[in-house]
Design a protein around this ligand. Structure first.
Ligand code: NDP
Length: 491
């Protein structure tokens, strides 16, 4: 079993505690790697390295040179994509096919933001005061704390690192305790690409032992967090005490809404991909299917027919379509939600239990599960399950669909299936969600802003919006009149 080290100031280091913990492969339920158990001491070392790099080597580079480093990193990721995807899949149990797709796409974040690095421009303001020249500078914030979850470990890290570094910040990254191995392997590439030491530091460990000292460290200027909303709330409160900038990408309870005028075969695929792809372990899972009453019964039959064909098994096998749940606590949580849904009176039409198929071995598998007869007030319709569990809710008209879809504390994403352009535009306006997909689902790009409304988060990742999250604006005033104005009056 490989024993890993953390990355601090460009060096591979042991944790100050001298302790490691085991990372478990969700397919075999066996430990497969040893991850350093970091602590406040390691965070102190990492933040001070990041601070020194921010005021030293990193600041001394031109924005063009910074961009070139990011693009070189993108090339190195592309060359290493299969290996990193295999590690991710072994560590978090998600399909190799999915992780490889993500790894092949991740370089684009570094190319896009690398290209943007030297196009971050201030403005000249045609100021209303004669004899004064006023302009703005867009400046980096300083040391960024990047905290990522286990479900798409490197993709969600890239969403933070690429814009943060392009803007001229340095980073201390704490990956999830359940998916730290790919982060530590990824760390090797920064040195290979030629990044100065300390620009990116990786400290592994538990949320309370590493995450909290990182968020509360006085030299951290901003926290960029992806995870559950309860943890996000805590992180937000801790960051508030230090008046730190925050970006929060949190959970969701997204509605996938199918109207009677939709292309039903496409919509069925969209609903299945929204909830069973990635074993439902995505923040954008379309965990509520809202079905127009005239097509409800026929659509459910089509859905059951397709969902029944899902192949479960080894996530490294390219034929597998639904892998295990990543962690044992998450596995228990999903089964618990299934029990609650049954108790509340939802009708289980598919699955509804742990998967005991031979091909699932001893992994943490849950059968793809579909409930009909779900009432919008049930827990299963309101709380994020983060597993392969779909709740089906009927509606009569657009107003009711909007009311049900928006009646949640979350607002990350929504899907609309219709052939009416009017309906597509009206629904995308009325849905309270950071992303609305029409006749598609689960599409993301480095070019398009992603983030949540309401309890799904604050700020945007990807696209031009993302780089602004890592900048602050300075207004510079220069007297060009040569006259000293009256010092007792505001100019
Ligand atoms: P968590 O919120 O449990 O953890 C996220 C990260 O925060 C982990 O690195 C975790 O460390 C760390 N952490 C935990 N406690 C603290 C703390 N007190 N202070 C600082 N950091 C802490 O989420 P999960 O890892 O369970 O990920 C699943 C969640 O992520 C889902 O709810 C999902 O909705 C959300 N998500 C959101 C996305 C989005 O873009 N909106 C995308 C993907 C997921 P540790 O692992 O050691 O506990």
């Amino acid at each position: 079993m490989k024993k890993y080290q953390m990355l601090i100031n460009g060096a591979r280091v042991d944790p100050a505690t001298g302790a490691w913990f085991e990372s478990v492969n969700p397919f075999t339920a066996q430990a497969w790697a040893q991850v350093p158990r970091g602590s406040k001491d390691d965070i102190d070392r990492a933040v001070s390295a990041a601070k020194a790099a921010f005021y030293g080597d990193w600041r001394n580079l031109t924005a063009t040179a910074r961009g070139a480093l990011l693009r070189r990193l993108g090339d190195l990721i592309a060359a290493d994509a299969d290996r990193l995807a295999t590690i991710e899949s072994t560590d978090n149990g998600k399909l190799f096919a999915e992780m490889r797709g993500q790894l092949n796409y991740i370089p684009q974040w570094f190319y896009y933001f690398g290209g943007l690095a030297d196009k971050i421009e201030g403005r000249v303001i045609p100021i209303d005061k004669p004899g004064v020249f006023n302009f703005t500078r867009e400046e980096p914030l300083g040391v960024i704390a990047a905290i990522t979850p286990w479900n798409s470990p490197l993709l969600l890290a890239a969403w933070k690192l690429a814009p943060a570094l392009a803007a001229g910040n340095t980073v201390v990254w704490k990956p999830s305790e359940f998916s730290s191995v790919s982060a530590l392997e990824f760390g090797e590439l920064f040195e290979k690409a030629g990044f100065p030491p300390g620009v990116v530091n990786i400290v592994t460990g538990y949320g309370n032992e590493v995450g909290e000292p990182l968020v509360t460290h006085p030299d951290v200027a901003k926290v960029a967090f992806t995870g559950g909303d309860r943890t996000g709330e805590q992180v937000y409160q801790m960051a508030a005490r230090g008046i730190k900038h925050v970006t929060l990408e949190l959970g969701g309870k997204s509605a996938n809404i199918v109207f009677d005028d939709a292309d039903l075969d496409s919509a069925v695929k969209g609903v299945v991909s929204g909830i069973f792809a990635a074993t439902g372990q995505t923040c954008i899972a379309g965990s509520r299917a809202l079905l127009h009453r005239p097509i409800h019964d026929a659509f459910v039959e089509k859905l059951l027919a397709l969902a029944k064909t899902a192949r479960m098994g080894n996530p490294l096998d390219l034929n597998t379509q639904v892998g295990p749940v990543t962690t044992q606590p998450q596995y228990n949580k999903v089964l618990d939600y299934i029990r609650v849904a049954k108790e509340e009176g939802a009708v289980c039409r598919l699955g509804g239990a742990a998967a005991t198929r031979a091909e699932c071995g001893s992994g943490w598998f849950v059968e793809p599960t579909i409930f009909t007869g779900v009432n919008p007030s049930m827990r299963i319709a309101n709380e994020e399950v983060f597993g392969p569990v779909l709740s089906i809710i009927p509606f009569d008209d657009e107003d009711e669909a909007v009311r049900i879809a928006n009646n949640t504390v979350y607002g990350l994403a929504a899907g609309v299936w219709t052939t009416s352009i009017r309906r597509a535009l009206m629904m995308s306006e009325r849905l309270e969600a950071g992303t609305v997909w029409v006749n598609t689902y689960r599409a993301v790009s480095y070019m398009s802003p992603f983030g949540g409304y309401k309890r799904s988060g604050i700020g945007r990742e990807s696209g031009l919006d993302a780089v602004r999250e890592y900048l602050q604006t300075k207004s510079v005033w220069i007297d060009i009149s040569g006259n000293t104005p009256n010092p007792f009056v505001m100019r």
